[in-house]
Design a protein around this ligand. Sequence first.
Ligand code: S3P
Length: 217
Amino acid sequence: MLSFDYGNISAIHRARVYRLGLTLSTTLRLENHPLPEMMPEPSWPTDKTIVLVGLMGAGKTSVGRKMAEIMGFSFVDADEEIINAVACSVEDIFEKYGEDAFRDVEERVISRLLQEGPMILATGGGAFMNPRIRALIAAGAISVWLRAELDVLVRRTKRRGGRPLLKNKNHKDTLEALINERGPVYAVADIVIDSTDEGADATAKLVMSALEDKIQP
Ligand code: S3P
């Protein structure tokens, strides 16, 4: 039986600590070096959680972190939360308990995180395929599909292991099949942004500008 630790320190608690740290460091900096009056405060254009979806290698974690850094807000990686909750790597969860168990924990963790927001939430590539997760996101969050070309995904996923769906598989064939299967579902996301080799910084700025267009009439 897969144990799941609900008593884990919640993401929102960490987010609060993170934001407190930001506030303190901003205050200290302001005291020592007053900023010009026109300097914009980090802004959060919505009270909704921004959920990054897309295939393995799409850049959800690096783009999400960058957005959080620029916007001065909290970032949470759903897979990291799963690893903390189960105290086991994603690979081990698949191997010891099977993919269904992983999907079950994934749904519980993401449901909890969506109640704790707002935050920037990077989800594992399969999360948005779950209709219940999709419904929760549609009801209370804003989804962003980071869409990437096959060769970009292949190159990026070869840099990091730990992905059971790609273990001992031909990355190109597997990712191509996943693009065909999942692409039409990712396409229902509120915002679609191409994740290219321009870098996480550039992609984060594209996402933020699309968010502002969407949120501010
Ligand atoms: C998966 C993607 C992984 C992880 C798990 C399953 C998927 O996350 O959740 O290995 O089904 O595509 P990343 O997309 O962050 O690699």
